[in-house]
Ligand binder design. Structure first.
Ligand code: IPD
Ligand code: CA
Ligand code: CA
Length: 262
């Protein structure tokens, strides 16, 4: 796909941050240090990646606003456009030497995501989409899966860790969803969970308690691959509520009904 100038800037920024993170990831794999030492190292890698992305994006589009996990929010001279960035999604995997993490960069215009990039740098898989232009993985067009029987479908989710308050709800979700499906996965990167739904690797995904930077790029990639995305509360907003249900069209109604316990 011949992407727009904005998309090319986003891909360039993701690749630059990816090079830095891959270098640091090799270090983490070799680090024989305390968990705290490794944790500090990873948070430095994370902040360094965000700095690279910010410099690339702001140099190309100095007027756009900014929302990122590490560096917070800043309104731009152009109040209608902003970058939404998670420089490292899947931090716990990264810290443990698990090669499943990604850089997520989205461009929002007047409250709507118009371009998204999710880059799995360890596997060199670049997922990207622009509104109305389809979704892509490297040079190949993406399409959500066509499975329509829940019992053949695989779903992804996130499991609450460290005493998070949404544990009971998640356990109830699992009790409702597991019996009627081929399984549920918890791979640890919301951005890649969405990219994998777009690629038809998963048939659907749901999660609560997320932030805009986890979801912004991936949700457009799913939509442009022909999938459906909604917040848990159908009248709410995915990015404001931090909740999402994503799936291919044939199963969306059934799946979202089970997730919402409707
Ligand atoms: C996390 C990942 C994970 C999700 C967590 C997120 P981070 O992002 O996306 O899959 O379950 O809730 O916070 O912290 O690795 O950027
Ligand atoms: Ca994240
Ligand atoms: Ca992060």
């Amino acid at each position: 796909m011949q992407g727009s100038a904005n998309l090319n800037v986003m891909i360039k920024a993701a690749r630059a941050a990816g090079r830095s993170l891959v270098k640091d990831f090799r270090e983490v794999e070799n680090l024989q240090v305390s968990m705290k030492g490794a944790g500090d190292f990873v948070s430095k890698a994370d902040i360094a990646a965000e700095k690279i992305i910010r410099e690339e994006l702001m140099e190309a589009r100095p007027n756009y606003g900014w929302l990122a996990e590490e560096g917070g929010a800043a309104e731009g001279k152009d109040p209608t456009r902003r970058w939404i960035v998670d420089p490292l999604d899947g931090t716990t995997n990264f810290l443990h030497g698990l090669p499943h993490w990604a850089i997520s960069i989205a461009l929002e215009h007047k409250g709507e995501i118009i371009a998204g990039v999710v880059y799995d740098a360890a596997k060199d898989e670049m997922f990207y989409a622009e509104k109305g232009e389809g979704a892509w993985l490297n040079q190949s067009r993406l399409r959500v899966s066509g499975r329509s029987r829940m019992i053949e479908c695989i779903f992804a989710t996130g499991l609450p860790f460290g005493g998070r308050a949404d544990l009971p709800e998640t356990l109830q979700d699992l009790a409702r969803i597991l019996p009627s499906t081929a399984g549920v996965r918890r791979f640890g990167s919301a951005a890649l969970d969405l990219a994998y739904v777009a690629a038809g690797r998963y048939d659907g995904y749901w999660e609560r308690s997320l932030n805009a930077w986890d979801l912004a790029a991936g949700l457009l990639i799913v939509k442009e691959a022909g999938g459906l995305v909604q917040p848990m509360d159908a009248d709410g907003s995915i990015l404001e509520d931090g909740t999402i249900i994503a799936a291919n069209e044939p199963i969306f109604e059934k799946f979202s009904g089970i997730v919402r316990d409707a």
